[in-house]
Design a protein. Structure first.
Length: 195
């Protein structure tokens, strides 16, 4: 069955769900469904959940520091503390380090796999779409923060069980719940350190 998703914007009252309209070619009808953006964490590590922790570094309030070895993202509060989030990071051979700024923000972003990824997956027999519209099944999840002119992003995920692991092609994954919080509290131009 081929499904076409049309997203209806969530209101603040139902910010943890997305209403989608699916076309079912087998029946020729449109069906409206609610998708949950919240996932029960399948992991036992409580430190993957957001928490306020001491974090003293000479960086502007609001900056984001990503510690790839720890698989943690720190959102600096400007008072010697930060909110720490569990993240998924680049797998071996795809990790990177650098200093970037957020250059774009997107809600329910479309996913356009880079040509290198398309080729790599095709060699494994997996055909990727040239573009996948935003929605609950999209690998970029509910929100994306684009980093400089790179292909890398901080984004949500449709695979929340990958949080705390090195699994991506270089992007920083967060649960949809967590990325929605970060998205609403950062601006274009925010400093992001990946180390």
């Amino acid at each position: 069955m081929t499904l076409l998703f049309v997203l209806f914007p969530a209101t603040p009252a139902d910010a943890q769900t997305a209403a989608v309209r699916q076309f079912d070619p087998a029946t020729g009808t449109w069906v409206r469904r609610e998708w949950s953006l919240s996932f029960k964490a399948p992991w036992a590590e409580t430190d993957l959940k957001p928490s306020v922790v001491p974090f003293s570094e000479n960086l502007p309030a609001g900056s984001i520091v990503i510690e790839t070895a720890e698989r943690r993202l720190y959102h600096l509060r400007g008072d010697g503390t930060a909110v720490r989030y569990g993240i998924g990071v680049g797998r071996e051979g795809f990790a990177w380090r650098g200093r970037e700024r957020i250059t774009k923000k997107a809600e329910w972003p479309d996913w356009r796999p880079p040509i290198e990824m398309v080729r790599r997956e095709a060699a494994k027999g997996r055909i990727l779409p040239s573009v996948m519209e935003g929605g609950p099944e999209n690998p970029l999840g509910a929100r994306a923060l684009y980093l400089g002119s790179t292909l890398f992003r901080i984004h949500g995920t449709n695979e929340p069980w990958t949080i705390g692991r090195a699994v991506s092609s270089g992007c920083i994954r967060m649960t949809n719940e967590d990325v929605i919080i970060i998205y609403s509290s950062v601006k274009v131009g925010t400093l992001v350190l990946v180390r």
